[in-house]
Design a protein around this ligand. Structure first.
Ligand code: SAM
Length: 512
């Protein structure tokens, strides 16, 4: 897929500060003797890393008096798939060799490899591997490539992005003293498709360092990526140096790392929290009397969900105002006049003869409704929605958590609407408890926890899912002082995020 700058093949070039950082990470230092250090860049692009590698080698050669070109030809390997980038890469390397005062005629072709790294057969072991592997989402990977990767790689699981395979292959190419450092999306740290890679690293390698720099911009253009830098070495695992930041600008050379036990298995989610999730002052949401649910799935939204103007006289008692996730966007709850047509009467399907307009409408759409799995299973249910519609849920106050299209603010429906399938909801008999819960969920403390236990973010806002909502641990409401409760309720009503954060931070201070 081409982007606005015309680049494809998962190309996002790395800025110089990161290039320096990664090379330092793997110990490719101009102050060291690099004569026999084999280094690989598996997706070299137009040579951002390559140029710096060569500069460092030249300084080292001078210092330790070895033959620069001989060492370059013997030890540096640069792989790039895209021909135009590859040509550019060669050009850059030749130029830098001349700039450094050497004759580029001595440069051997072996250094440059124009091929798919994932299909390459490498004879040698590398002491250092650095890079910024391509990101290509699973659905955009060529079908034939996918089949091939499945047979060749153990980490190509679920909807794995191609960068996962760059990790696997590169890790397998490390020499006995080898070390790798990549800058990459951070998705694999916590999600399902990263599990096999996490397991491989935990069991066979040493996760030496991890920087999760969610919002910084380490690339030479704006991209929607959530980068992390991981440095992984051969050998038994000991400690991991961990750093996390949401700041826009991180000075990589001034970071102070937290030393934690390296992961021992594929579950990394709690590992990087700087507090104990099981601390006695935190409890899960269901443990505190809340119920978590998901809105109605119909199996045919186009037929069951209609705007007020499209209802063709269907009996009013059959119509329930429904809230979709996109109506929870922005500053206020913007119901879009949609209704779900309710085929139920209590627990049973309604008798269609009693609702002639509804009957006519369903009959008009019978062919489509019959195609649904639920109708095929039992023809009697041909006009049933997949989930039962529970009328009592309309009147119950509920905190609404949109699956995708989010708002910074979490809305509460005081009892007018039914949630659609793309909305999770939390109910409680006391609306004030819902307001307090909303404040807790909107706090920075919680956002961090949500991100770390694997809730995917969408433009900085969490994507909620029932299983993760059940996992998060929140302050115990009963432990909050009367004053804090009053302040939180007011902060919810006035949307004062500062107050929410201040109260939550004060409470949570005891667990750090
Ligand atoms: C994210 S860019 C990084 C470029 C460079 N390493 C940098 O940091 O500036 C990824 C590069 O990988 C290349 N690439 C994509 N698929 C590849 C493959 N299968 N084998 C080798 N290179 C590939 C792309 O053409 C692109 O130049």
């Amino acid at each position: 897929m081409d982007r606005k700058n015309g680049r494809r093949h998962g190309e996002v070039y790395t800025n110089l500060e990161v290039v320096h950082f990664l090379l330092d990470e793997v110990g490719y230092l101009s102050s060291s003797n690099l004569e026999n250090v084999k280094i690989l860049e598996p997706s070299a692009g137009i040579g951002f890393f390559a140029v710096e590698i060569i500069k460092r080698l030249a300084i080292s050669a001078k210092k330790f008096k070895f033959d620069f070109l001989e060492a370059l030809n013997k030890n540096i390997r640069l792989v790039e798939l895209k021909l135009s980038s590859f040509d550019n890469l060669k050009e850059q390397v030749k130029n830098i060799v001349i700039e450094l005062g050497f004759d580029n005629q001595g440069l051997k072709e072996d250094v440059f490899i124009n091929a798919d790294f994932l299909r390459l057969d490498f004879p040698c072991d590398f002491d250092c591997i650095v890079g910024n592997p391509p990101y290509i989402r699973h659905e955009l990977i060529d079908r034939k490539d996918k089949e091939f990767y499945k047979t060749q790689y153990t980490t190509f699981k679920f909807r794995a992005d191609i960068y996962i395979l760059f990790y696997e292959k590169s890790l397998n190419l490390l020499s006995k003293r080898g070390i790798l450092s990549f800058i990459c999306s951070n998705r694999w740290l916590f999600n399902q498709y990263g599990r096999a890679l996490r397991k491989k690293i935990a069991e066979e390698f040493h996760l030496y360092k991890l920087l999760n720099i969610e919002k910084t911009k380490p690339f030479d253009e704006d991209v929607i990526a959530y980068p992390c830098i991981s440095t992984i070495a051969q050998g038994a695992s000991g400690y991991t140096y961990f750093y996390e930041s949401e700041a826009q600008k991180v000075e990589l050379d001034k970071i102070s790392f937290r030393k934690i036990q390296a992961p021992k298995d594929e579950s990394w989610s709690n590992l990087f929290l700087d507090y104990n999730l099981n601390h006695k002052v935190l409890k899960s949401i269901p443990e505190q009397g809340f119920k978590i649910g998901i809105g109605v799935a119909t199996g045919a939204d186009k037929i069951f969900i209609k705007k007020e103007t499209e209802l063709n006289g269907i009996e009013k008692s059959r119509l329930i105002p429904i809230l979709k996730s996109k109506t929870l966007k922005g500053h206020k709850l913007n119901w879009d006049n949609s209704y779900v047509i309710n085929p139920f009467e209590g627990d049973e399907l309604c008798e269609l003869e009693q609702y002639p307009h509804l009957e006519a409408y369903f009959n008009e759409n019978k062919a489509v409704l019959m195609k649904r799995h639920i109708a095929k299973k039992n023809a009697k249910y041909w006009y049933k929605t997949i989930d039962k519609i529970k009328l009592e849920l309309i009147k119950t106050p509920k905190l609404l958590l949109p699956d995708l299209a989010g708002s910074k603010f979490l809305f509460i429906d005081i009892g007018k609407f039914y949630p659609h399938h793309n909305v999770y909801y939390i109910t409680h008999k006391d609306i004030d408890c819902l307001k307090i819960l909303a404040c807790l969920l909107m706090s920075d403390f919680m956002k961090k926890q949500l991100a770390q236990i694997g809730i995917r973010m969408n433009g900085g806002l969490p994507r909620y899912q029932a299983q993760t909502l059940k996992k998060v641990r929140i302050p115990i409401l009963e432990n909050l002082s009367k004053n804090n409760i009053r302040e939180l309720i007011k902060a919810y009503d006035t949307r004062n995020f500062d107050v929410m954060n201040a109260i939550v931070n004060r409470y949570c201070a005891q667990i750090f």
